[in-house]
Write a protein that binds this ligand. Structure first.
Ligand code: VGL
Ligand code: ZN
Length: 202
């Protein structure tokens, strides 16, 4: 459909097996993601793109453990292993991802002190990436999301897309989850509550 865009979230080496923040099942979804790309009229890719020493890295703080929580000026923030550093191989797209057709690549997480799970709004919930305006300027009313990780960047992007007024579907079979402290079930529930469509439906 011409008014529909596929948003492929963070299909990067560091989020796949062998990467710094590997999501179990990340490599396995690439063929399914490529199928969705082949069927789509418009494709947007997102790319997690952190400067060295980013505030979301446990390594940026004395004594912070990866996967622990830390209070940030904007609220609680998970401490992640160092990942997707700008210009590194880990920040690159999965080598088998069919990226050629992408019309737009949204980079996020480049402000040193603010993380950005969502492709629309950074974790301070204030700073906007511009994707909302870009899609609307192009007449897009419906978005389909896939990629990594289901319970962080895909879910936050889907919820923000819904808040921004788009018709939103998540292709769950083309995602994989980190599942930190039950985050997979929690975010699936939040998405359903918000009116995000989940396919294949269960
Ligand atoms: C992501 C944690 C940190 C994601 C990005 O793509 O889901 N998760 N940065
Ligand atoms: Zn990140």
């Amino acid at each position: 459909m011409p008014n529909e865009a596929l948003i492929v979230v963070d299909m990067q080496n560091d989020f796949c097996e062998g990467g710094a923040l590997a999501v179990p099942g990340g490599n396995a979804i690439v063929p399914r993601v490529n199928q969705l790309i082949a069927q789509a009229d418009h494709v947007v890719l997102t790319q997690d793109w952190h400067p060295p020493g980013h505030a979301s890295f446990a390594s940026s703080w004395d004594g912070a453990e990866p996967f622990s929580m830390r209070d940030f000026p904007y609220g609680p923030q998970t401490m992640w292993p160092t990942h997707c550093v700008q210009g590194t191989r880990g920040a690159g797209f999965h080598p088998d991802l069919e990226a050629t057709k992408a019309e737009m690549i949204v980079r996020k997480g480049f402000h040193r002190g603010v993380d950005s799970y969502s492709a629309f709004r950074e974790n301070d919930r204030m700073t906007r990436t511009g994707l909302d305006g870009y899609l609307k300027a192009r007449g897009i009313t419906k978005v389909v999301l896939c990629g990594l990780a289901l319970d962080f960047c895909v879910a936050w992007s889907a919820l923000d897309a819904k808040r921004a007024g788009f018709d939103v579907t998540v292709a769950v079979d083309a995602t994989a989850a980190i599942d930190l402290d039950g985050s997979r079930a929690k975010m699936l529930h939040e998405m359903r509550q918000a009116g995000v469509k989940l396919t294949p439906s269960s």
